[in-house]
Design a binder for this molecule. Sequence first.
Ligand code: MG
Ligand code: MG
Length: 263
Amino acid sequence: MHYKDAREIELMRQAGALVAEVLDEVCGQVAPGVTTGELNATAERMIASAGAEALFKGVVNRAATRPFPAALCISVNDEVVHGIPGDRVLQTGDAVSIDCGVRMAGYCGDAARTVPVGVVAPEVTRLLQVTEEALQLAIAEVAPGRMWSEVAARIQQHVESAGMAVIRDFVGHGIGQEMHEEPKVPNYSDGTNRRGDFRLEPGLTLAIEPMVALGDAAVRYADADAWVIVTRDGSFAAHFEHTVAVRKGGAEVLTVARSAALN
Ligand code: MG
Ligand code: MG
């Protein structure tokens, strides 16, 4: 694992601020009638004008038939992650997960939010609330010396006590000069994944990203491209993510807008 010094964390703050600004703008644009491709175009423009690199664009995965084609992953309703922006028109009642990653001056930021489109079902409102709470709770639990599994157990407990399920096939990750660094950062801890557990130490930078389903946690590929991941049972999913640095006093969230970071 690579522990970052103060200079590196400052560069990650700058990348993180851009991610937050993109998400603020794009989430504000979400409305019935807007296409996911339009949301992506906003992100592409903002990232390019900041002189940054869109991290997801061009990513190759072993199963996929083509590199990921966009700056944002936009995953709607039963899509969990890695949704591809395009002609899909958002409709009232949808829940849209927007994931943004950038590299700027050599360092990365990665964050995601799920937002409602118009009026959504009460259980969907609850899903978004519980998933965001799980992320905030995890951030509050981060402290030097603690094992990640203790934090992960709290995420899992919060989600399951609400009658929802933690997605297990995708997890958070270390982040720095690369989008994906060691360690893996799962959102559950039940004894089956103890081998990859790690201690939270100052300088560790992590993307913490609970993904939650209203129904069952099982997922599958939705498309022949082998990118888009959906719940097997068709239930809605939500995704909230922040890049954080472990500091002496706890977690510092790096994916926040710069004006907010200065307060
Ligand atoms: Mg992400
Ligand atoms: Mg991530």
